[in-house]
Design a protein around this ligand. Structure first.
Ligand code: ADP
Ligand code: ADP
Ligand code: MG
Length: 663
């Protein structure tokens, strides 16, 4: 038995491994970087040791610091999670040299499978079907050219040491091959420190289907069925499920047998995943083996009832697998989605930002693996995946319905994320029919609104205006018990969403509030207003929404969409650019009713310079920096347009004078 398990990872996977380790009765040790001092994985463990500064190279990838943490705490086993050092054979050896058990496969299996070239050769030799291709250490293009002609275009160039979907190139014609090879080689060199390449036939409209395998030190090896991970962006998975809607019993058995053969061929121990690419005719080909726990392992746990981390620990301790192939049963269906801090509307660009509110929606059949906390932040240092939401049900449709519902109710306010995008995928007819291939997101899904900047509906704008008005007029909403459905007078609110600005005019009606947006009107009645939750009857339908107000920014979650609005009603006049040219612009279309300064006046930030009237309300335009007024271009009574420059505030020239007086 181990004494103590050190978890050499962070985020959701560190929390998840810790949960099982503690449930089995072990003491646990977390490690953390300066960016993660208060992270959930640190709090969940029994002890924790600082590794170093935030960058992964100085913390979670720092072998010496991790071994020192084990020494310091007396940990005699290390679970690497996934990513970071989990597939680093040198780390496995370093652990064993220090008398620490690495919970994972032996270094030699990891080394073999870490090379796409060597592993494909080994698999072909073991009789496992591989993608038709060419593996060579030759750098001269001619054998590659000949191989590509034999394989047939299009072909895929891959970095042999690649991973995470990076370093792949699709080549459609012979004329482009030599150039692409050269480019791929230098890219692989800089990204993975190894320029070795492989060539593969590019399978058209394929599915990614992988088999979970398990082997013990006694030589037993089994598989736990498949996971379908065909929904990918940039060759990276976003939705995974078990079982695959494409796989029947005989195919499962054939793929399972091939995967077990692959594990045995490399002397595998512990949990591993054999990835296959499957063509339209259901031929399957070995892609690679991941020698670790996989991000998407929960779907296998949900349909087999097994705890894969428990099995990993038992096998690492020398116990035999507690079940044989015939004991593995698959029940029901499970689907996982990866919640990422990323913007699907900007090419899935990773996002950083605060986590003001995080309320995952649990419910029947829902499992959420997360490692974030309210008040924390997504930093630029690590992977942007923030949580996984998994739903299970007796069949695929019920799992899918539950997951859509859970995603719609999952509240994550602050950083931009992909929850709505994920729900739209699950609701898409191609996915619903079980027909998604790896091409799905770039083809059938392409026109989906979740791939464009969110355009708020007028109902969402009405809700936002109501919340921002209440916050602005009463201070923190939660402190204000006596809210009512009447307003002192007509209240125009200027909402900013992205590049878009919109006026919402709120007025009192008998016992509700009327919101007017252009030609559209909505009737709102506040039923209750508490810290972060508004219950409102909107056009006759009572509904809930969650929100958070930070300064003049409102984060609002309603009906599965998360929006961010800024109250620009009283915003100081905008400057022309981020550097601050000092230009004072009209915040809306309206009439200038007052000009309070003249050329040459010295003003301070926050001082009112002019007053604009629009929608029956006066809006002060304020200076947003200290300086001197120049270029006044308007006078009282002028009609102005949104963003029109009214005057400028130049850098305060008097400061230099003061300085010279001091001398
Ligand atoms: P899988 O096949 O399981 O998706 P990949 O080969 O894509 O695995 O690599 C695992 C992914 O997990 C990578 O994108 C990696 O950057 C990411 N990752 C690594 N460690 C963590 C972590 N602690 N939390 C979240 N994501 C991580
Ligand atoms: P990584 O190590 O980055 O995970 P993989 O070899 O597992 O690389 O491939 C990642 C993804 O790229 C696959 O899931 C699949 O979508 C796509 N892919 C890889 N090889 C091929 C191929 N030969 N034909 C078509 N798509 C492929
Ligand atoms: Mg892969």
């Amino acid at each position: 038995m181990f004494n103590k398990i050190l978890i050499a990872n962070r985020g959701e996977i560190a929390v998840r491994v810790n949960r099982t380790a503690q449930a089995l009765g072990y003491r646990t040790v977390a490690v953390f970087s300066d960016a993660d001092r208060e992270a959930p994985h640190v709090h969940a463990s029994d002890e924790a040791v600082r590794l170093g500064p935030a960058p992964a190279g100085e913390s979670y990838l720092n072998t010496e610091a991790i071994l020192e943490a084990a020494r310091l705490t007396g940990a005699d086993a290390v679970h690497p999670g996934y990513g970071f050092l989990s597939e680093n054979a040198a780390f496995v050896s370093a652990c064993s040299e220090n008398g620490i058990t690495f919970i994972g496969p032996p270094a030699h299996a990891m080394e073999l499978m870490g090379s796409k070239r060597r592993s494909k050769d080994a698999m072909a030799q073991a009789g496992v079907p591989t993608v038709p291709g060419f593996q060579s250490t030759a750098t001269d293009p001619s054998p590659w050219q000949k191989a590509a002609d034999d394989i047939g275009y299009p072909v895929m160039i891959k970095a042999s040491a690649g991973g995470g979907g990076r370093g792949m190139r699709l080549v459609h014609e012979p004329s482009a091959l030599a150039d692409e090879l050269a480019r791929a080689r230098s890219e692989a060199e800089s990204a993975f420190g190894d320029g070795e390449l492989i060539l593969e036939k590019a399978i058209v409209r394929p599915r990614h289907i992988e088999i979970q395998v398990f082997a013990d030190q006694q030589g037993n090896a089994i598989h736990l069925g498949e996971r379908d991970c065909s929904v990918q962006r940039r060759h990276q998975k976003v939705v995974e499920e078990a079982p695959s809607p494409f796989v029947d019993d005989s195919m499962r058995q054939a793929m399972g047998d091939a995967a077990v053969k692959a594990a045995q061929a490399c002397g595998y121990v512990g949990a591993g995943t054999v990835e296959f690419i499957v063509d339209e005719a259901r031929n399957f080909y070995f892609l690679e083996m991941n020698t670790r726990l996989q991000v998407e392992h929960p779907v296998t746990e949900q349909v087999t009832g097994l705890d894969l981390v428990e099995l990993q620990i038992r096998v690492a301790q020398g116990e035999a697998l507690p079940l044989a192939q015939a004991d593995v049963g698959i029940q029901g269906h499970a689907i996982e989605v990866r919640l990422y801090a990323e913007d699907p509307a900007q090419g899935y660009m990773p996002q950083t930002g605060p986590l003001h509110r995080w309320r995952p929606a649990l419910g029947d059949g829902i499992r959420v693996d997360d490692g974030i906390r309210e008040g924390g932040a997504v930093t630029p240092h690590y992977d942007p995946m923030i949580a996984k939401v998994v739903a299970q049900g007796p069949d695929r449709t019920s799992a899918r319905m539950r997951l859509i519902r859970s995603l719609a109710d999952t509240v994550l306010l602050g950083v931009t994320h992909n929850a709505w995008f994920l729900a739209r995928i699950l609701g898409h007819e191609t996915f619903a029919a079980g027909e998604a291939t790896t091409a799905f997101l770039d083809t059938e899904f392409l026109g989906d609104p979740s791939l464009s900047p969110l355009e708020p509906t007028t109902a969402e704008q009405a809700l936002a205006a109501l919340l921002l008005y209440r916050a602005g007029s009463t201070g923190p909403l939660e402190a204000h018990a006596g809210w009512s459905n009447s307003l002192p007078s007509a209240c125009p609110i200027l909402l900013t969403t992205g590049e878009h600005q919109q006026w919402v005019r709120l007025t009192s009606q008998q016992d509700c509030i009327d919101a007017q947006i252009g030609e559209t009107r909505h009737q709102l009645r506040i039923e209750s207003l508490e810290a972060n939750e508004l219950v409102v009857t909107l056009d006759g339908v009572r509904q809930k929404s969650q929100y958070q107000i930070v300064g003049s920014t409102l984060y609002c979650h309603a009906k599965g969409r998360t929006l961010r609005f800024v109250d620009a009603t009283h915003a100081p006049a905008r400057r022309a650019d981020e550097q601050g040219s000092g230009d004072v612009r009209a915040s809306m279309d309206g009439a200038v009713v007052e000009v309070s300064v003249t050329e040459g006046d010295r003003v301070q930030a926050g001082q009112t310079l002019a007053v604009l009237e629009a929608m029956k309300m006066e809006h002060p335009l304020k200076a947003d920096r200290d300086g001197e007024i120049t270029g006044v271009r308007v006078s009282t009574g002028d009609q102005v347009r949104t963003r029109q420059i009214l005057m400028s505030v130049s850098v305060d020239a008097s400061r230099d004078e003061e300085n010279s007086n001091d001398e």
